[in-house]
Design a protein around this ligand. Structure first.
Ligand SMILES: Nc1ncnc2c1ncn2[C@@H]1O[C@H](COP(=O)(O)OP(=O)(O)OP(=O)(O)O)[C@@H](O)[C@H]1O
Length: 614
């Protein structure tokens, strides 16, 4: 047997759900009521535009007032008002939106209304019951001769509705919504609290909103204007209004698109000196000038979350509570659009004002690298304007740098070896040695640079990166013209043994190498791959590498066969050779800031002895 029918809903059961649970935050009741008042005002303006309303518009301010004694909050507008019939239709029917109906009805004759009207779900009004034990509506329609309608409801499914003339009638067109605040919602009777809510959500609504005799909003915020109407000062002032006491922004992008989706806004590049200052959740999302959230995840690409500013789009699909967004195709397109705009802006700055761009690089470099690493499309554009800086502070684009080092820094298998330092101070002796060889050294000390290096090695052809202390200078870039060793094989073995014994440390692998006589007598290095593995292990990357436990430190100790000191070590009597070897080794440790504790004390003492003996 088959039965067909329609599912029924018990209003008594669903009503509390709407009231209490649909909206996570109680404070949004004010946003909803003020939005309705603004909608009512904009609808009237729309009717006037179309000639359907011929009366005087008069003053159109929305007023919010609070009476703490009487425990009342009132939201009043001079909008189009409602007759008793209309209240029945729009208010008594939950989830029937007069806003949507209006937009649909006038879409041919007033397209503007579609972009302005805020309401869409027909639920917002009921959020009032989150804070009120009773709500009254007093409304007078804009249509001549309609009596004032008075509606009351105590939050149950029962309501009263009457038409009043005479004493209680409203003199003017419009609607007053009166909330009798519930006992558990005292906080909303505080002026400061209400003001806080209004400035959070309603600061940029398009109709003036008055609270405490003061207009709290800007009806035409700058993002709704055309870029051509605005000066740099306007942008900077707006920034400072959004983020008081912050340093002026570096530059900004005015977003303005209406096809295939509607999006306006201004994104600012903040001045950031170090990564600790980077603050997320600094972009505010609006929909039709109503504040929605400052969590713009999904809408704004991850790497641009560090930007500041405002985005306004009626096309971002909101859920009923307007409290979170739904990630869908439209959101993805918006995300891509923003990425493209940012890349274009950077490319333009680079092209038009290279010097200014270089000066800003310390602030924007992090964004750019983050973007390249996280977004392939952004990478494609940014590879032409990402900059690298050498230790002398000169900036290059990647193609410029490749050309700059190509002649001198190719190894025998025609790989270009890019040398870099992560700490020019600590690695000074290596930087110096490389520079003495005529090599250039990049400063890649930023927080994302190890990832950036990895990406560059994948993308750039025939190019490898080596940290300056990854090897002795002669081996960093292996060439055919390596200097010959002056030592015999026998001497080399003897020398190795003396050093091994003097150092007596398993993690130090001694080898004799033919460096130039001007190079240091001993050089301690950590091979590039070993250091990278250790870095990965430290930062938790590298997949299953943890399984193998901590990697031991494994340094290479290169003894310079051509340095005069090796002759002295080989020629020394008794313990003298070992002492000299240890001294040379300690000097190498010292050059790298690795000489510490007991070893350092011993070194100082030995040095004094040697000086005294000399
Ligand atoms: N101050 C007002 N003046 C005139 N009409 C109003 C007013 N407040 C509410 N209404 C009418 O009641 C309807 C229902 O309001 P409600 O806030 O529940 O939903 P909405 O604004 O349409 O949609 P949303 O849930 O997205 O806010 C509105 O669409 C509007 O027609």
């Amino acid at each position: 047997m088959q039965e067909k029918g329609s599912i029924s809903i018990h209003t008594e059961n669903i009503f509390p759900i709407i009231k209490k649970f649909l909206y996570s935050d109680h404070e949004i009741f004010l946003r909803e009521l003020v939005s309705n008042a603004v909608d009512a005002t904009q609808k009237l303006q729309s009717l006037a535009r179309q000639g359907e309303f011929k009366g005087e518009l008069g003053e159109l301010k929305v007023r919010v007032t609070v009476d703490k004694e009487a425990r009342k909050i009132t939201v009043s507008d001079h909008g189009l008002g409602m007759s008793a019939e209309e209240i029945k239709k729009y208010i008594n029917q939950i989830a029937f939106s007069g806003a949507t109906e209006f937009v649909e009805k006038y879409k041919e004759t007033d397209a503007q209304a579609k972009d302005q009207i805020i309401g869409q779900f027909g639920l917002g009004f009921y959020s009032a019951f989150m804070v009120a034990k009773e709500v009254e509506i007093w409304s007078k329609s804009h249509q001549e001769g309609t009596p004032t309608a008075h509606w009351t409801c105590d939050g149950s499914t029962e309501f009263t509705l009457e038409e009043t003339e005479g004493e209680h009638a409203k003199a003017e067109r419009g609607t007053d919504v009166v909330l009798h605040v519930a006992d558990d919602s005292d906080e909303f009777l505080e002026e400061a609290r209400l003001k806080g809510i209004l400035t959070k959500y309603c600061k940029f609504l398009p109709v003036e909103i008055e609270f405490e005799g003061e207009v709290i909003n800007q009806t035409k915020p700058i993002w709704t204007k055309q870029p051509a109407e605005l000066t740099d000062e306007d942008y900077v002032n707006f920034y400072q209004e959004l983020y008081p006491f912050s340093e002026p922004p570096l530059f900004w992008i005015h977003l303005n698109v209406d096809y295939p989706f509607n999006l306006t806004g201004i994104l600012y590049f903040p001045k950031v000196k170090d990564e600790l200052q980077l603050q997320r959740n600094k972009i505010q999302l609006y929909s039709r000038q109503v504040f929605i959230t400052d969590e713009v995840k999904d809408v704004v690409p991850e790497f641009l979350m560090l930007l500041h500013g405002v985005i306004d789009s009626p096309d971002i699909p909101l859920n009923v509570s307007r409290s979170f967004l739904q990630a869908d195709g439209a959101v993805r397109k918006i995300n891509q659009y923003i990425t493209k705009k940012v890349a274009d802006k950077l490319a333009e700055l680079f092209r038009k004002d290279r010097e200014g761009y270089e000066q800003k690089w310390s602030d924007i470099g992090l964004f750019v690298k983050y973007g390249m690493l996280s977004d392939e499309k952004f990478y494609e554009k940014a590879k032409d304007f990402v900059l690298v800086q050498n230790v002398a502070g000169k900036a290059f684009t990647l193609p410029e740098y490749q050309e700059f080092v190509q002649a001198n820094q190719q190894d025998k298998s025609e790989q270009t070896v890019v040398l870099y330092t992560t700490d020019a101070e600590a690695q000074h002796s290596f930087v110096q040695a490389a520079q003495d060889r005529g090599y250039d050294v990049l400063d890649l000390s930023g927080p994302l640079d190890s990832h950036f290096i990895g990406q560059m090695e994948q993308k750039l052809e025939k190019t490898t990166f080596k940290r300056v202390d990854a090897d002795t200078v002669g081996k960093l870039i292996e060439k055919d013209d390596a200097p010959e060793s002056v030592l015999s094989d026998d001497d080399k073995t003897r020398l190795t043994d003396v050093f091994k014994q003097a150092i007596s440390n398993e993690q130090m692998h001694v080898q004799v190498e033919a460096l130039s006589p001007q190079d240091a007598p001993v050089v301690i290095t950590l091979p590039e791959f070993m250091r990278r593995m250790k870095d990965m292990q430290r930062t938790g990357g590298g997949g299953g590498m943890q399984m193998f436990g901590s990697l031991p430190d494994s340094y290479t100790v290169s003894v310079n066969a051509n340095h005069p000191i090796t002759q002295r070590v080989l020629g020394a009597e008794g313990e003298e050779g070992g002492k000299l070897a240890r001294q040379a080794f300690d000097l190498a440790l010292l050059a790298q800031g690795m000489l510490k504790g007991e070893a350092l004390t011993a070194f100082v003492k030995r040095s004094a002895d040697l000086l005294a003996a000399g």
